[in-house]
Design a protein around this ligand. Structure first.
Ligand code: CUA
Length: 354
């Protein structure tokens, strides 16, 4: 039994020969998109690589030793006796108990400290403050750096820490930009927080990562990481509010800010709800067969009590039922429905006129 083949060090020498290629295989299979935030580069990706190293090393250690034993210690012809009875090796048992325990604690600490950094609610005034509001099925972003500034895309200056506060107007949604490597749920009537620092200028997408109904898969918004100067310009543009009596101009803002755009196109394409293209005074067949003209009264009813009259072919309960309440809390104090109606009046019936 003193044959060199039976030396455990031979088996252990094979372990790295399996582990190293396996590590690179894992990296290739689970290739991540480009990292575009400091947290991706410094926290998440190293943690991911740490897991790959651990998975490759443990898999190789266990499988190589097992297969080595199966092959080298197999029963050969003529061998009839029982195997040698071995009672236990204390140092080995301590090792295989303590080593995994220590590793799990290290990985646990590593993950928790990263999470604490990314979801810290600590106040600081230096971060770019943005409130992200999710609703079925649109994103709205309100910028703390400019009063009244909100938009349907998330624009951020490169290299500056962001404090993203999030909430939902209806059900659970989830903010996820794969390139930033951060993800966090949006909850109704509660604020959640994400912190990250975009590190690479470019265009990304935020996608909803929580099943939230019919158009969940289309709940996307553009994310642009730009220079500080472009960011300031963008805030100037979106905080340049229309004149108080420019009802249609305000209506267009509400169209974005209240997520109407998520379900009602302006170009005639069918989303979750009927397109607003040419909606003013349009005749539509309702689900009960009656024909209704979209005049002011119909539009007001449809926004405030969307289930009362449904256009044929569209399902009930898809549109939020609480727009009355939401509008009553609008900081502008405007008659939102009137503004929206005036905006609708400007929408041509010509295809792609908008
Ligand atoms: Cu919102 Cu899925």
């Amino acid at each position: 039994m003193r044959d060199k083949r039976y030396n455990i060090w031979v088996a252990l020498a094979i372990v790295p020969l399996v582990a190293v290629p396996l590590y690179f295989l894992l990296r290739a299979i689970y290739a991540l998109p480009p990292a575009a935030s400091v947290e991706a580069q410094e926290v998440i990706d190293p943690l991911m690589q740490g897991h790959f190293v651990m998975i490759a090393a443990l898999f190789a250690l266990i499988m190589v030793i097992m297969l080595y034993a199966v092959v080298v210690f197999r029963r050969r012809p003529g061998e009839e006796g029982e195997g040698t009875y071995i009672h236990g090796i204390t140092w080995l048992e301590y090792t295989w108990t303590l080593a995994p325990l220590i590793l799990v604690v290290i990985f646990g600490w590593w993950g928790v400290s990263g999470l604490a950094q990314i979801t810290s609610t600590e106040n600081d005034d230096t971060a770019i403050d943005v409130l992200a509001i999710g609703q079925q099925w649109a994103w709205v972003f309100q910028y703390g750096d400019a009063e009244g500034a909100s938009g349907a895309e998330l624009v951020l200056p490169v290299g500056e820490p962001v404090l993203l506060r999030m909430t939902s107007r209806d059900v659970l949604h989830s903010f996820w930009v794969p390139e930033f490597r951060v993800k966090q749920d949006l909850l109704p009537e509660k604020e959640t927080v994400l912190r990250f620092t975009p590190s690479v200028e470019g265009e990304y997408k935020v996608r909803c990562a929580e099943i939230c109904g019919l158009s969940h898969a289309y709940m996307l918004a553009d994310v642009r990481v730009v220079s500080r100067a472009e960011y300031d310009d963008y805030l100037d543009v979106i905080s340049d509010l229309p004149d108080p009596d420019d009802f249609a101009g305000w209506g267009e803002l509400h169209y974005q800010a209240y997520g109407c755009a998520g379900c009602h196109s302006l170009d005639g394409s069918e989303l979750v709800g009927p397109s607003w293209q040419g909606i003013w005074m349009r005749e539509s067949v309702m689900s009960d067969g009656t024909v209704v003209v979209s005049d002011e009264e119909y539009i007001r009813n449809s926004i405030l009590n969307p289930n009362l009259q449904l256009v044929e072919g569209y399902a009930a309960n898809l549109m939020p039922q609480n727009y009355g309440e939401q509008f009553a809390q609008d900081p502008s104090g405007r008659d939102i429905v009137r503004d929206l109606t005036e905006f609708m009046k400007t929408l041509s019936t010509e295809p792609n006129a908008q």
